[in-house]
Design a protein around this ligand. Structure first.
Ligand code: FS2
Ligand code: SF4
Length: 517
């Protein structure tokens, strides 16, 4: 196997043994490569063929399936590849051979690096497009870019053109995140600031993980008056902020911390867990009979809830498990008992005037965006240490699952505004961008001239497309960690550093000094 698409890749060069660090086995990695090879050929076949919405959907599903911690199941991966072959033959009668991904992995390191940025970027973007599509929203520019990018991965070898496509991936992902933002807010309302308990009430409950708000809504509807409570986990936490989801009284709180702690936190849990997307980790014996998957997530021998979205087996399991006998007090990673979410663009910008006058009065001197993915690497304590060191006259925007390192910290308020503002899931980077642009407009300057620093943590491929979006907007001086991507070659890194001053994190103390210096 060869895979180097995520931050925890072996030795920060690539997973190439019998099993990847994430638990993906060598044969699964090969089947995932074959799936991507089939998608590249499907995109070629579509160029002179007659692709339909079904073709578009297969592209999204195929890319999403290969994101880290989504699908560990050879059977469903091979089935999807077969569906792609059938679709390719349906839309174009010409004979095609699947693209061989070894060509990419063995290519010149700069070409491989640029193509990896595009491929991993469109994987992340496919997840966002899939969620938007589940709520009935599509965008033809976003859809057609998947085809264009896949074709380029198969055949383009001009580094300049590939670099252009890398930035175009970021640009199109901004549109895709805007699409998903509109889909979520049209369906469930604009998020409002919401305090979320970390205590689990006694009685039957279900833990819902992943990013899919549509699945969450369907489960809330199906658990109405069933005596089963619902708790979010990981990237589902921001669901609490959406008015039409928080209206369900059984949506009680949040279970657990970062996704990387799930094997310990789910140990002997008296409740089922539903994974709607990543990040699912290899499932341990002590809770494997209680884990359910749906949508793109797949794991051998677990019960999968199909497209009919009948969650009855999950609800029955919750009743059978019974939950805790007494309320169980749990805490966040810093000992806090509650966390707050719901500070998406609408909520923050409704306070824009106040924030602007606090800046003018010198009571807010700096903004930080400390966000992105979490992961197991001990060096990720950088982000919590960094947050603790930020001065009391600074505001911290956060988003995605990396927030669990800081979201239960009590860093106080500035004139009633909490110093930590959770914008939402990783795709809500769109909110952070909107907030930054609005601030730049208010102060009549560019985003790079604001007293704003982005301190990002990355793990999987959605972080890649978000980083590309920020670069495509010309945002400079981004601090990135905990390590730089193994797939970024020295040559490509030099370009990114030169063009965008992309900076690897060092120590929190040194970086803060440099930023505020
Ligand atoms: Fe976090 Fe995992 Fe959001 Fe990522 S829960 S690393 O999928 O997309 O963030
Ligand atoms: Fe390794 Fe990450 Fe690939 Fe898993 S997804 S095999 S950990 S590089």
């Amino acid at each position: 196997m060869f895979c180097f698409q995520c931050q925890q890749t072996a030795h920060n060069t690539g997973c190439d043994g019998k099993v990847g660090v994430c638990g993906k086995k060598a044969d699964t990695a090969v089947y995932q490569d074959e799936l991507i090879g089939a998608l590249i050929t499907l995109a070629n076949a579509a160029e002179n063929g007659s692709s339909t919405e079904k073709t578009d959907m297969l592209i999204l599903k195929g890319l999403f399936t290969t994101i880290t911690n989504v699908n560990f199941n050879n059977v469903t991966i091979k089935q999807l590849t077969e569906e792609i072959h059938i679709e390719r033959n349906r839309i174009n009668s010409q004979k095609f051979d699947d693209y061989d991904m070894k060509k990419l992995w063995n290519d010149h390191e700069d070409i491989r690096s640029l193509k990896s940025l595009i491929l991993f970027g469109i994987k992340g973007m496919a997840a966002y497009a899939y969620h938007a599509q589940a709520l009935g929203k599509t965008d033809s520019e976003v859809t057609s870019f998947f085809y264009k990018a896949l074709r380029a991965i198969g055949s383009e070898n001009d580094p300049e053109k590939l670099l252009g496509l890398v930035l175009e991936t970021g640009n199109v992902n901004l549109k895709c995140m805007a699409l998903l933002d509109a889909a979520n807010t049209d369906a469930y309302g604009d998020p409002v600031p919401t305090e979320v308990p970390l205590t689990i009430e006694k009685g039957p409950f279900i833990v819902v993980s992943g990013h899919d708000l549509h699945d969450m809504k369907l489960l809330l509807e199906q658990t109405k008056d069933k005596g089963v409570n619902i708790y979010t986990h990981s990237e589902m936490l921001p669901a609490h902020g959406y008015p039409k989801l928080k209206a369900y009284p059984q949506l009680k709180g949040n279970f657990g911390t970062g996704w990387q702690n799930q094997q310990t936190e789910f140990h002997n849990i008296p409740a089922p867990i539903l994974f709607t997307t990543n990040c699912i980790m290899p499932v341990r014996q002590s809770y494997c009979d209680r884990v359910f998957t749906t949508s793109i997530v797949s794991y051998p021998e677990l019960v999968h809830i199909g497209d009919d979205k009948d969650f009855t087996p999950v609800i029955e399991k919750a009743i059978e498990c019974g939950g805790y006998d007494e309320d169980r007090e749990m805490t966040g990673m810093n000992g806090g008992h509650t966390v707050t979410t719901g500070f998406a663009h609408n909520a923050v910008l409704s306070n824009a005037e106040k924030i602007i006058s606090l800046v003018k009065e010198g009571r807010i001197k700096h903004f930080f965006l400390i966000g992105g993915c979490d992961g197991a690497s001990p060096s990720r304590s950088y982000y919590s240490d960094f947050a603790r060191l930020t001065p009391p006259d600074s505001l911290i925007l956060t988003l995605a699952c990396g927030k669990y390192r800081i979201n239960d910290m009590d860093l106080g308020t500035i004139d009633g505004i909490p110093r930590i503002l959770d914008c939402g899931q990783c795709n809500d980077a769109y909110s952070a961008i909107k907030i930054a642009i609005a601030l730049a407009e208010a102060f009549d300057c560019g985003v790079n001239d604001l007293p704003l620093t982005l301190v990002l943590s990355w793990y999987e491929q959605k972080a890649v497309c978000i980083l590309l979006t920020l670069l495509s907007l010309g945002i400079k001086n981004i601090y990135l960690g905990p390590t730089l991507p193994a797939f970024v070659s020295k040559g490509v890194l030099d370009v990114l550093v030169d063009k965008f001053q992309l900076t690897p994190i060092s120590t929190p103390e040194e970086d803060i000094k440099k930023i505020l210096g």
